[in-house]
Design a protein around this ligand. Structure first.
Ligand SMILES: *Cc1c(COP(=O)(O)O)cnc(C)c1O
Length: 458
């Protein structure tokens, strides 16, 4: 097979800055071993997130100039609304400044003490917004999804037996929504099958619970369905996307992911009454209903990006990029999540650093090693992000200890990725020299963003 090439050429470039290993050691210490605290300029290859980091197309930049900045009823809003509607087929579309703003609105309205939201896996901001409302979030990921290195085509699927059991346990009347995160970000960017969406929808119908999609990576998910699920190989991506959304009563979206935008998001739904309540809250917290915390030009970028992302050449290149890095690492014996996810490559830190226990945050220790060794910024998705404490103050570790290398869309070339693979393999060969970390300062919610840590002395 021929090499799958980047389906674009580069019109404008941005320099990256080199540092020495010694400089990076000093920088990391000053940042209290938390890479969120490092200046972006001190990072060589930034794989912290694929969120808001996409390279926009010349069309999107042209759209930016067309932005209509009218406060109410701007042209840009209607183009945005049409674009979102063409994908979701939902009548009520509410722009927000990013995904978590949509979450804040919907969970403030539907959440509260005694309520439960069930998902395949809730993303960290989603869970935080649920818990902030006083409600509880419950993950019902399928068995395959719990084993990072065992291959399966749809490791993001909901465990439907567990879902039904959980509904019976907490009572359908206490579950305002069931949420399918596609692809499953915290579970490794793994896709959800159409079959699973259909089955979850049937359960939702049976118990009269609305089904929402956390749609951040809807296009990547659709491409996985196309190449992995029987009956979809010949279907165009927009058709697969429409079928996915046909099972949903509503969705939340961060346009910083599968819309190639640097900022933005939306809420969309079929329920008019709920939409009116959301709009009321939107006006208080985000802005008027036709801009919701965004500039007209942002709405344009999103409207165009949402259509561009469904290009099959792009999606093929995108998914292949993750496989390429995964294969290189797996061939060198590095424990890496398999198969590759849609937007990121995940290292299994439990296996990478078996001598570092969960309460010494093996994932974060690996993140720090990748930065010092090669200037690569990754993110821990493990006990630093999701760990909790029991009543005695003992850490309840996360199920998985992962390190995510999120790949910004259309930003890095193959040689950048080759360099990343080399650095990881070198760190793997020297893994015995890596020590664990302990937290010296933290906040109660989303602590990983700001926590301060220090190495554990052996
Ligand atoms: C990024 C993300 C969010 C939150 O979106 P923001 O734009 O970062 O606020 C919610 N869910 C998933 C699955 C995400 O990846």
């Amino acid at each position: 097979m021929q090499t799958i090439i980047e389906p674009f050429r580069i019109k404008s470039v941005e320099p990256i800055y080199f540092t020495t290993k010694e400089e990076r050691e000093t920088i990391l210490r000053a940042a209290h071993f938390n890479t969120f605290r490092i200046k972006a300029r001190d990072v060589l290859i930034d794989l912290l997130t694929d969120s808001g980091t996409s390279a926009m197309s010349s069309n999107q930049w042209a759209g930016i100039m067309q932005g209509d900045e009218s406060y109410a009823g701007s042209e840009s809003f209607f183009r945005f609304e049409n674009s979102v509607r063409s994908i979701t087929n939902m009548p009520y579309i509410i722009p927000t400044h990013q995904g978590r703003a949509s979450e804040k609105i919907i969970f403030s309205i539907l959440g509260g003490k005694g309520k439960y939201f069930i998902s395949n896996t809730l993303f960290d901001t989603t869970r935080a917004n649920i818990e902030f409302s006083g409600a509880e979030g419950i993950d019902c990921i399928c068995e395959e999804g719990k084993h990072p290195t065992i291959p399966a085509p749809f490791k993001g699927n909901m465990d439907t037996v567990l879902l039904q059991k959980t509904i019976e346990q907490v009572g359908a009347e206490n579950i305002p929504l069931i949420i399918m995160t596609i692809t499953n970000n915290s579970g490794g960017g793994q896709p959800v099958s159409m079959q699973n969406l259909r089955e979850v929808k049937a359960i939702c119908k049976q118990y009269k619970i609305p089904l929402y999609i956390d749609a951040c990576r809807f296009a990547e998910n659709a491409y996985f369905i196309k190449i992995r699920e029987e009956g979809y190989a010949q279907k165009p991506i927009p058709e697969i996307v429409r079928e996915m959304f046909s099972y949903a009563d509503g969705c939340t979206m961060s346009a910083k992911k599968d819309a190639f935008a640097n900022i933005g998001g939306f809420l969309a739904m079929h329920d008019l009454d709920l939409a009116l309540r959301c709009r009321n809250l939107l006006i208080i917290t985000e802005g008027f209903t036709t801009y919701g915390g965004l500039a007209g030009r942002d709405l344009e970028a999103i409207a165009i990006g949402l259509q561009e992302i469904m290009d099959e050449h792009y999606l093929q290149y995108r998914i292949r990029s993750m496989e390429y890095l995964t294969e290189k690492l797996a061939n060198a014996g590095v424990p890496v999540m398999q198969p590759a996810g849609g937007h990121a490559v995940y290292l299994d830190a439990k296996q990478f650093l078996p001598n570092i226990p969960a309460n010494q945050y093996p994932g974060q220790a690996l993140v720090c090693a990748l930065y010092t060794h090669g200037g690569i910024r990754a993110v821990e998705i493990g006990s630093l992000m999701f760990g909790k404490y029991d009543e005695a103050g003992k850490l309840i570790p996360a199920q998985l200890e992962l390190v995510r290398l999120a790949i910004p869309r259309r930003v890095y070339t193959q040689s950048h990725i080759d360099y990343v693979a080399e650095v990881i393999i070198e760190v793997f060969e020297k893994r015995d020299q890596i020590s664990g970390l302990k937290i010296i300062e933290e906040t109660p919610l989303l602590r990983h963003f700001t926590a301060k840590l220090k190495p554990v002395e052996n």
